[in-house]
Design a protein around this ligand. Structure first.
Ligand SMILES: O=C1C[C@@](O)(C(=O)O)C[C@@H](O)[C@@H]1O
Length: 253
């Protein structure tokens, strides 16, 4: 089992790491958010760039990334453009999606980039190669905002991400019943016990899925997303409660 270290944060050992999304729409709002996050007890920041009004302007994106980096020099930054079909704010052409991610990888202003599993294998491989050359980690992911696929399907998607050489593999699914939450946890546990050779991140979204955002150390999820100012997905718990609960669980494991 390989761990992944970014700055001074190691994923894949100990308690799950806390990642807080930044969802500002303007450069000004993002800088305010970054300053506010300086005093929050978190491990990683995710810039959800699909919320940013100027996301189609590469120069503007890079300029803001520079400002965020300067404000938070020690904090690992995950760069995420979440597509509309996977629950994000907007759609861009696939070619631009990769251009945006590859520009950010080459800028080395971020530590990790999020790449969605179903964007096309060839461009994914190209981006992963580029990320390796630039010492940027790839969090590959898949979301289902409507339902929870069968356990075998969840395991198979996570294994596929490993085959594609992602550094970290992530899946977020929506439960329609408590059984669905158990399905996600069962798939996570099976990954941990039988397949995973790198950190994986899983969550069951919405209210009934909250338990999955807390129990990562028990079942095998290396990171959990918590809300500081505004949640970026349904079911995210506030960062402060998250740290308390993760610590309690860590002490008992
Ligand atoms: O992929 C994820 C997980 C997430 O959707 C969640 O459910 O916490 C939140 C997103 O911001 C992030 O990119």
């Amino acid at each position: 089992m390989k761990t992944v270290t970014v700055k001074n944060v190691t994923l894949g050992e100990g308690a799950p790491k806390i990642c807080v999304p930044m969802v500002g729409k303007t450069a000004e709002a993002l800088c305010e958010e970054a300053k506010m996050l300086l005093s929050v007890d978190l491990d990683i920041i995710e810039w959800r760039v699909d919320f940013f009004e100027q996301v189609t302007d590469l120069v503007a994106v890079e300029a803001v990334a520079k400002e965020i980096r300067a404000l938070l020099p020690e904090t690992p930054i995950l760069f995420t453009f979440r597509t509309k079909k996977e629950g994000g704010e907007r759609e861009v052409p696939t070619a631009y999606y990769f251009e945006l991610n590859q520009t950010m990888i080459q800028s080395q202003l971020v530590d990790l980039v999020d790449i969605e599993l179903f964007m096309g294998d060839e461009q994914i491989s190209e981006s992963i190669q580029l990320a390796k050359e630039n010492a940027v980690k790839v969090v590959m992911c898949n979301h289902d905002f409507d339902k929870t696929p069968a356990k075998e399907e969840i395991v198979s998607r996570l294994c596929r991400m490993q085959t594609l050489q992602a550094d970290i593999c992530k899946i977020a699914v929506m439960p329609q019943s408590t059984q669905d939450v158990l399905t996600l946890l069962d798939a996570t546990n099976t990954m941990k016990e039988q397949h995973a050779n790198r950190p994986i991140i899983t969550m069951s979204m919405g209210g009934i899925g909250v338990i999955s955002r807390l129990a990562g150390e028990t079942f095998g999820s290396a990171m959990t997303f918590g809300a500081a100012k505004q949640a970026s997905a349904p079911g995210q718990v506030s960062v402060n409660s998250l740290r308390t609960i993760l610590d309690v669980l860590h002490e008992s494991v």
